[in-house]
Design a protein around this ligand. Structure first.
Ligand SMILES: Nc1ncnc2c1ncn2[C@@H]1O[C@H](COP(=O)(O)OP(=O)(O)OP(=O)(O)O)[C@@H](O)[C@H]1O
Length: 230
């Protein structure tokens, strides 16, 4: 697939920290608009730390990172919600509010990101649920859904503001293989409609079945499967 324009993620000479410890050194990579990239590596190799730095959950102390047009090294506190509106973030543990219905979970994010018009909210709700293959679940409570369905709701919630990139941290980590496959295909569908996906995963079945460019965190560095050997 041809990619055009400025990358959606551009990392230049960045070091990734956890508190005062360097987790990854001198990271240089980019993710193009509309690209689908895996982030792999052993437990503790720095995948989550790298992703968290991209959405400003961990501060960037060294280097430059540009995400969806925002300079992460210069970003002001008040701009962080604007950045996050351009990103869809999906975690392993579904992080749905358990005391609210599916619709209320999604409306919660809409309200927090400035949506006001009730009829537009309603139509966006059915649109995002449809995109993840969920029909009549809007009034259900999270505990009435399977793990796979809950993860679909999380993906739907992440799509509310039409993000340019989905950042997913082990999105299939807690699911059975067949369910994982279905969730993965949902990410692929979303990617086909133009949203870039950066997915940290340990799920080697998925990587084997759906090979893509892979970034591997190892011994403090990130290796890119697309890089030409020196
Ligand atoms: N909140 C934290 N405070 C201090 N150190 C942390 C914190 N979270 C992670 N670390 C450390 O940072 C390093 C990288 O962890 P990170 O969670 O980024 O790895 P990971 O590759 O995502 O691992 P996993 O696959 O288990 O999620 C590890 O040495 C970890 O112990």
């Amino acid at each position: 697939m041809p990619f055009s324009g400025e990358p959606i993620v551009q990392i230049t000479n960045a070091s990734i920290f956890q508190e005062d410890k360097t987790v990854l050194n001198d990271v240089n990579l980019s993710v193009e608009k509309g690209e689908f990239v895996y982030l792999i590596g052993r437990t503790g190799s720095g995948k989550s730390s790298l992703l968290k730095t991209l959405y400003c959950d961990i501060p960037l102390h060294m280097g430059n990172i540009k995400v969806a047009g925002f300079d992460i090294d210069k970003i002001k506190r008040k701009e962080i919600p604007l950045l996050r509106r351009k990103l869809g973030i999906v975690f392993q543990d579904f992080q749905l509010l358990q005391d609210r219905s599916v619709a209320e979970n999604i409306y919660f994010v809409m309200k927090a990101t400035g949506w006001k018009d009730k009829s537009k909210m309603k139509s966006r709700l059915s649109n995002v649920l449809m995109r993840v293959g969920l029909g009549a679940v809007a009034t259900k409570m999270p505990h009435q859904l399977s793990g796979g369905e809950q993860q679909r709701v999380v993906i739907a919630r992440a799509l509310v503001n039409e993000p340019s990139i989905l950042i997913a941290d082990e999105p299939t980590g807690n699911l059975d293989p067949e369910v994982s496959d279905g969730i993965f295909k949902t990410f692929e569908e979303i990617n086909k409609s133009g949203t870039a996906v950066l997915m940290a995963t340990h799920d080697f079945k998925i990587i084997e079945n759906y090979p893509k460019r892979t970034l591997r965190c190892e011994k403090g560095s990130v290796f890119d499967s697309a890089a030409t050997p020196a």
